[in-house]
Write a protein that binds this ligand. Structure first.
Ligand code: PLP
Length: 226
């Protein structure tokens, strides 16, 4: 078990189960042996950030792994992951949403996605702002949304600011939860809001306390990345 922190995995699994949430193990930059070690314990949800790395790993690992793409996805690379990806967390434009729909159609499937919302103070993080989200999910976007028959928008994803200030992080999570609730009640076409993806190694407990039902944990499970 040299590849994983078993004590952390056990503890976080318990916390996640208690919150009726899903734990996605973020394995980016880590070897397939590390994924295999968690898989052998029964874990099935894994997250990756880079298309090529995900494609390489998927080919070497069991087919029943649920692969979450959590990185910044470029339109021209959707086709490589479309045959097998379980959930794409980082949709941040209508253009990308349309491309995912197109590739899903080619693969004869309906693809589950989350829209990424920019909630952090840092400019460097990706995601839609509130107005852009409204442009996709609000009245204006409705005619486009109806035509995207091969996607299912399952909810929202966000990353809080990288800070030890718990008030800042809590406010950001609450803001995302509010947007999630707003669109969840609208019953939009091709949307079945039930996933709120927020929380990482440094802030997952705050995220769970603020109604996250999917956390993405890397370093606490696999150790720090280079
Ligand atoms: C890398 C990454 C994570 C995991 O980060 P840790 O701090 O190692 O838990 C979660 N979500 C996203 C979007 C990431 O890129």
């Amino acid at each position: 078990m040299t590849h994983i922190h078993l004590d952390n995995y056990t503890r976080i699994s318990e916390e996640t189960n208690a919150a009726k949430a899903t734990l996605v193990a973020v394995s980016k930059t880590k070897p397939v042996e590390a994924i295999r070690a968690l898989y052998d314990l029964g874990h099935r949800d894994f997250g990756e950030n880079y298309v090529q790395e995900l494609v390489d790993k998927q080919a070497q690992l069991p087919a029943d792994i649920r692969w979450h793409f959590i990185g910044h996805l470029q339109s021209n690379k959707v086709k490589y992951i479309a045959p097998f990806v379980h959930l794409i967390h980082g949709i941040d434009s209508l253009k990308l949403l349309k491309e995912v729909n197109k590739q899903a159609e080619k693969n004869n499937r309906v693809m589950d996605v989350l829209l990424q919302v920019h909630i952090a103070k840092e400019e460097t993080k990706f995601g839609l702002n509130e107005d852009e989200l409204e442009n996709i999910l609000g009245e204006k976007g409705r005619s486009d949304l109806i035509t995207l028959r091969h996607i299912c928008i399952r909810g929202l994803m966000g990353m809080a600011s990288f800070t030890s200030n718990e008030h800042v992080v809590t406010d950001e999570f609450k803001m995302l939860k509010k947007m999630y609730d707003k669109y969840a009640t609208l019953q939009l076409p091709n949307c079945q809001f039930r996933t709120l993806s927020m929380g990482m190694s440094g802030d997952y407990q705050l995220a769970l306390a603020n109604s996250s039902n999917l956390i993405r944990i890397g370093s606490l499970l696999f150790g720090n990345r280079q």
